[in-house]
Structure formats: structure tokens, C-alpha cells
Design a protein around this ligand. Structure first.
Ligand code: G3P
Ligand code: MG
Length: 260
């Protein structure tokens, strides 16, 4: 059983929050997804002191003012993994976005624990994407800490893990089989996709939109998997995927009132 139970039309999954209109993976983006989406997708990784933080890139510069703050802190390197949480909290994740009308003041980096507390309060399902840290030990710790925090926040039924990294999904299965999982991939389906999904006990499959056709959706449905397709921002693609029978779209621009 997965965290998304409404089967009425396409499920709308807000990619990094409402990324088209708000700085990605911020509380503003997540709050704005309420009422517009069935689920919020976010990316998690570890800080230097092993806090589970929400940030997409392995480097800070694209989506923060790390180039200004880092040198003041003596931090020349902009990798998230080389910053402590207390230093990450000094960054502004909103200024780079440059949209008029957003709340004034800095947008602080959210932790997974903070967003879990919010999700539980609002009953908002979360798709927690486990980012590959490029290091086996760190990957294992990220999975372990994420599971601990999801359990502590009483959010096990609200979370869908996803990852491009098979090992991290295997670890999630071993530690917390009661938290749903989805295998993410880009490009054509791997030849052993059915075996991978079966081994992972994957509730859902998250393929990239250009390699989704009716045969794939039918095959995944026959295996009992939900199909959520990324990253789908054009209405004509929503319509195409709805016609193919996909269960959901992961989109930068969530809107529940868009009829497919
Ligand atoms: O979950 C879909 C999508 O988020 C995967 O790619 O790079 O945006 O995390 P990325
Ligand atoms: Mg992601």
C-alpha cells in the first residue's frame, strides 16, 4: 500500500516543491504546493556533520549565495557535504531565484525533520528522493537517518522513497520495508527492470517522460506498480501520459485544477 490513495485522475507530484514559481526545495515552495498537488517531491543529502538536509545539487552555488557567504566562513568549497548544518543555515536559498513578490528576507535551508513535521501536520505525502552521495558509507548513513526521522515523525505512511541508486533503495527496504519505495531511472527501461522492481518490492516506478509508452505502463500495471513520470511540465504531455494510463506526473508547475 502506498502513500497516495486517490486514484481519481493523474496524481500531481510537485517537483522540488512548486519549482516554476518558487525557489526549489524551500519551505516557500513546499507551502505553495498545498492545495495544488497530491504529493511533494524533495531531495535529501547529508551535511558535513551528518544532518539530513533538503537540497538537490551536490554543490551549493546554483541555488544559494554560497559564493558570498562561503569565503566569509573560510569555506572555499561549495559542496553541501563539506558544510556543517549551522553554516548551511546562514545561506539564503531564495535570492538567486529573483522572482518579485516573494516574502522578503532570506530563505533558509530546510532539514528533512522540519519538513516531516509540516507534512504530518498537513497530511501532505512526501516523495523523499535519496541522493547518491558518491560514497557507500555516507549513502548508508543517509538512508538510516532518513528512516529514523520518518519513523520518529510518525510519517511512515506519508512517505514514498525514491532513488536512482539501487543500493540505497535496497537498504531502505532492509531497514524499513513498511515505507514505500519507487525506482527512478532515466532513458529507456533497463532490460532487467521487472527483476529490479520485484527485488526492491517497489510500490511505484518513476520513469523519465520521453521513454514512456503504453506498453511500459501496461507492463508495470500488470506487475501491480504505480507509474509516476518525471519531469512533465507541458499540458500536452500531461494529456498524453493520462491517455497512456500513467498514475501521476512529477511536475515543476503543480495545478490540481488542470484537467487532462
Ligand atoms: O523524482 C524525479 C526527479 O526529481 C529526478 O531527478 O534530478 O530532479 O532529482 P532530479
Ligand atoms: Mg529529485
Amino acid at each position: 500500500r502506498g502513500p497516495l490513495r486517490s486514484g481519481n485522475g493523474l496524481r500531481i507530484i510537485a517537483h522540488r516543491g512548486f519549482r516554476a514559481a518558487y525557489p526549489e526545495n524551500t519551505k516557500s515552495a513546499f507551502f505553495a504546493s498545498l492545495g495544488r498537488s497530491h504529493m511533494v517531491e524533495l531531495d535529501v543529502r547529508l551535511s558535513l556533520d551528518n544532518a539530513v538536509v533538503i537540497f538537490h545539487d551536490d554543490r551549493l552555488s546554483r541555488c544559494s549565495n554560497a559564493a558570498v557567504i562561503g569565503p566569509k566562513l573560510g569555506l572555499a568549497d561549495d559542496r553541501v557535504a563539506n558544510w556543517r548544518l549551522s553554516d548551511l543555515r546562514l545561506l539564503d536559498l531564495g535570492g538567486w531565484f529573483g522572482a518579485p513578490g516573494l516574502p522578503a528576507g532570506p530563505e533558509r535551508l530546510p532539514t528533512l525533520a522540519e519538513v516531516l513535521a509540516w507534512a504530518r501536520h498537513c497530511r501532505m505525502p512526501l516523495n523523499v528522493e535519496l541522493k547518491d552521495q558518491g560514497e557507500v558509507r555516507k549513502n548508508a548513513l543517509l538512508v538510516q537517518k532518513s528512516v529514523q526521522q520518518i519513523v520518529a515523525a510518525d510519517c511512515t505512511e506519508l512517505v514514498l522513497f525514491s532513488s536512482f541508486c539501487l543500493d540505497m533503495l535496497r537498504q531502505a527496504l532492509a531497514l524499513a520495508p513498511f515505507i514505500s519505495r519507487a525506482l527512478l531511472y532515466g532513458g529507456p527501461p533497463p532490460p532487467d527492470l521487472p527483476e529490479q522492481l520485484a527485488t526492491l518490492g517497489s510500490w511505484a516506478c518513476h520513469p523519465e517522460q520521453h521513454d514512456v509508452d503504453a506498453a511500459l505502463v501496461q507492463r508495470l500495471h500488470a506487475e501491480g506498480r504505480a507509474v509516476h513520470v518525471w519531469t512533465v511540465n507541458e499540458r500536452r504531455d500531461w494529456q498524453r501520459l493520462a491517455a497512456l494510463g500513467a498514475d501521476g506526473v512529477i511536475t515543476d508547475c503543480p495545478a490540481l485544477d488542470a484537467r487532462c
